[in-house]
Design a protein around this ligand. Structure first.
Ligand code: PEP
Ligand code: MN
Length: 343
């Protein structure tokens, strides 16, 4: 349910509503829009209670949210969510944002060389994995805290916000100390305890879609974070598993276009994992822009042949530079130009 407030509601009206919500065992979240203030209410709201709220002072109307996902729904919040990152980078709304960097942080020189290159080409956010979810336990699983430290050094050196994955609830506080955005990987989309914990940090969270996650399950997963009173959720389409084996995954462009209708949250496309093939990254980036994505996440490596993870899908810096030039033309054409450079 959402409670839409009259334009002249008072502090006392709000206090009475909050008290009634608490008495009824309900959770309310105030959302202040440009035109009106609403309270998104989650919990079991039976019809008589809804009527009671509609009669309270300061209330203009009460609307039932038909979707199972509530806080992420455009029914609750019609305007796009815009997330402010450090270094003056905004995600969502009319801003197009590019996150780029290596799949895994391997060492100082590999990270810094990549960071310098992606910054020069106009990337907004530096990515780099320190805790890596690998199909085989014998593959490189990341540098852990040492990798986080390198990422934090690169953040200061290149003045750009950083994103990295947190794999386990036990590492949430550690990763939150170093990273501006916490990434929840595809394999953890429905790790509900981890979602609760990252939600509590209040930090921006990028929630990747699971390999076999439906759109509804993805949006319901985002509710776990949002319902911790953390509105800073970014969604990331990274391809789903289909019968097709010629590409690593199938980048679901339908999902990007549909989720933009269903939800106010920013949607980033990851054509690197979505295809698994570096020479499909540019065409699928452009396709993602055309269907309404709010940004891209691209894996870049100075020397993909020797990368410790995801080399075959990583762009060399010069190909990334080429992609950025074509992409910025298209983002201008669709009316969502590249966000201001980090500064
Ligand atoms: C990654 O971003 O390197 C990653 C492991 O992504 P995903 O969770 O989408 O597989
Ligand atoms: Mn990767």
């Amino acid at each position: 349910m959402i409670i839409i407030m009259k334009s002249d509601f008072t502090d006392n009206d709000m206090k009475d509503i909050n008290k009634r919500l608490t008495d009824g065992g309900l959770q309310g979240q105030k959302i202040e829009g440009t035109e009106k203030t609403v309270i998104a209410v989650v919990g079991n709201v039976y019809p008589e209670l809804r009527d009671e709220f509609s009669r309270m002072d300061g209330v203009a109307s009460v609307v039932r949210i038909s979707k199972p996902y509530k806080l992420s729904s455009r029914e609750t919040q019609p305007n796009d969510t815009i997330i402010n990152l450090p270094f003056n980078v905004d995600v969502g709304g009319s801003n197009f944002v590019v996150m780029a960097g290596p799949c895994s942080i391997e060492n100082h020189d590999q990270l810094f060389e990549t960071a310098q290159a992606v910054k020069n080409s106009g990337a907004h956010v530096l990515r780099g994995g320190a805790f890596k979810p690998r199909s085989s336990p014998y593959s490189f699983r990341g540098l852990g805290e040492e990798g986080l430290k390198l990422l934090a050094q690169a953040r200061e050196e290149f003045n750009m916000p950083v994103i990295t994955e947190v794999l386990s609830y036990r590492d949430v506080d550690l990763v939150a100390q170093y990273s501006d955005i916490l990434q929840i990987g595809a394999r953890n989309m429905q790790n509900f305890i981890l979602l609760d914990e990252v939600g509590k940090t209040g930090k921006p969270i990028m929630l990747k879609r699971a390999l076999a996650g439906s759109i509804e399950e993805w949006l319901l997963a985002s509710e776990y974070i949002l319902s911790q009173n953390n509105p800073n959720v970014i969604l990331c389409e990274r391809g789903i598993r289909t019968f097709e084996k010629a590409t690593r995954n199938t980048l679901d462009l339908n999902a990007i276009a549909l989720v933009k209708q269903l939800s106010h949250l920013p949607v980033i496309s990851d054509p690197s994992h979505g295809t698994g093939l570096w020479d499909l990254v540019e065409p699928m980036s452009l396709a993602s822009i055309a269907v309404g994505a709010d940004g891209l996440m691209i894996e870049v490596h100075p020397n993909p042949e020797v990368a410790l993870s995801d080399g075959p899908q990583s762009l060399k810096p010069d190909n990334f530079d080429k992609l950025m030039k074509v992409a910025s033309n298209l983002t201008n054409m669709v009316g969502k130009p590249m966000a201001a450079k980090p500064h």
